[in-house]
Design a protein around this ligand. Structure first.
Ligand code: PGA
Length: 252
């Protein structure tokens, strides 16, 4: 059975002290919970990673980064490599978030290099895909997602693809308060699973977790997560509020 996952994407929020306090409160909340059958991941800014290892009960809460360099090491001022991320004890990294694609012009080729770096460093990758509103209006959203997956992921060896979690995040739903309907999410997730099946076969397709992201909140989480091909969520804004994040985990 494939894994259910809720990943919080803190984005560029919380300084070190705030992050420690917040992660500590989540750790406390989940400490004594025995009924949570969901992998919970906190994707924090780089500055928090090294302390997360010390403070989180990693049987309950995993952690990861939101980006990594496309190169292994060397003269790349300001970059953080996948190997450095791994050395903090992090297990995950988000790659291909639409904010990276849009504001930092990260294209499929670069994202593929980052993915390979991450996997070679022993990280698991939450690989984001999704269309902008114009593409949905033009009814090319399936083609857009197909290309993102083909160019970003589908040259991976089958054993490496097992380290991938896919996050479908329609860009028009991120931080906007607009959410894909459960039917729209299910339709795309099913399509993505079909693509994975075509490339890697039925068993891999059935095992890959596909998360939905884009204005997930406690009030819409249960309905979206009840769809058969939606295996959890990548949560932005609501991951910064303890009550909301915990409620979404419970919904999954
Ligand atoms: P949101 O962000 O939940 O604030 O819409 C989701 C994301 O960007 O991963």
């Amino acid at each position: 059975m494939r894994k259910k996952i809720v990943a919080g994407n803190w984005k560029m929020n919380m300084d070190l002290e705030e992050g420690i306090k917040f992660a500590g409160s989540l750790n406390e909340y989940f400490k004594n919970k025995t009924d949570v059958k969901v992998e919970i991941i906190l994707c924090t800014p780089f500055i928090h990673l090294a302390v997360m290892k010390e403070m989180l009960n990693q049987k309950k809460l995993a952690f990861g980064a939101q980006n990594c360099a496309s190169e292994d090491s060397g003269a790349f001022t300001g970059e953080v490599s996948a190997r450095m991320i791994k050395s903090t004890g992090a297990r995950f990294v988000i790659i291909g978030h639409s904010e990276r694609r849009t504001y930092y012009h990260e294209d499929d080729l670069l994202l593929n290099k980052k993915t390979i770096q991450a996997i070679n460093s022993g990280l698991e990758v939450i690989f984001c895909c999704g269309e902008v509103i114009k593409e949905r209006d033009q009814e090319i959203h399936f083609a857009v997602v197909k290309k993102q997956l083909e160019d970003g992921l589908f040259n991976l060896a089958p054993e490496d693809f097992e380290k991938i979690v896919i996050a479908y995040e329609p860009v028009w739903a991120i931080g906007t308060g607009l959410t894909a309907t459960p039917e729209q999410a299910q339709e795309m997730h099913k399509y993505i699973r079909t693509l994975v099946k075509g490339k890697y076969g039925n068993e891999t397709a059935e095992n890959v977790s596909i998360l939905y992201g884009g204005s997930c909140k406690p009030s819409n989480a249960s309905e979206i997560f009840s769809k058969p091909d939606v295996d959890g969520g990548l949560i932005g804004g609501a991951s910064l509020k303890k009550e909301d994040f915990c409620a979404i985990v419970e919904a999954v």
